[in-house]
Design a protein. Structure first.
Length: 112
């Protein structure tokens, strides 16, 4: 459980595509995560059993989601991804995303 978090105080995990992932607050069945991407990044299409809702803090991205047309999202946009739906993004500018997952992503926590 992490009740309070300041993003700049958390060391990022670098994802395979080069994004910085910071796990912010989490507990119970909910987790908040910040992602920072450079321009021109393609995050591989993937799926997971978690519900995900996100907010584009800054930047321009294309959201790719199974069963839906690709859509360009800019700062202020939100998105919902149901469990097990394949999805990914392409960044057109540097971007910061704020995502919440339920249940929380145990795979994002450091091994203990």
């Amino acid at each position: 459980m992490q009740i309070i978090a300041q993003a700049d105080d958390i060391a990022p995990v670098i994802t395979p595509e080069g994004a910085e992932r910071r796990v912010l607050s989490y507990g119970g069945s909910l987790m908040a995560v910040q992602f920072r991407f450079e321009a021109g990044v393609t995050a591989a299409v993937h799926s997971h059993p978690h519900e995900q809702i996100g907010y584009v803090v800054s930047g321009d991205i294309d959201l790719i989601m199974e069963g839906r047309p690709t859509v360009r999202l800019t700062a202020g946009a939100t998105y919902y991804i149901p469990p097990n739906v394949r999805h990914g993004i392409v960044t057109h500018t540097p971007a910061v995303l704020f995502d919440c997952f339920t249940p929380f992503r145990e795979d994002f926590l450091p091994a203990s």
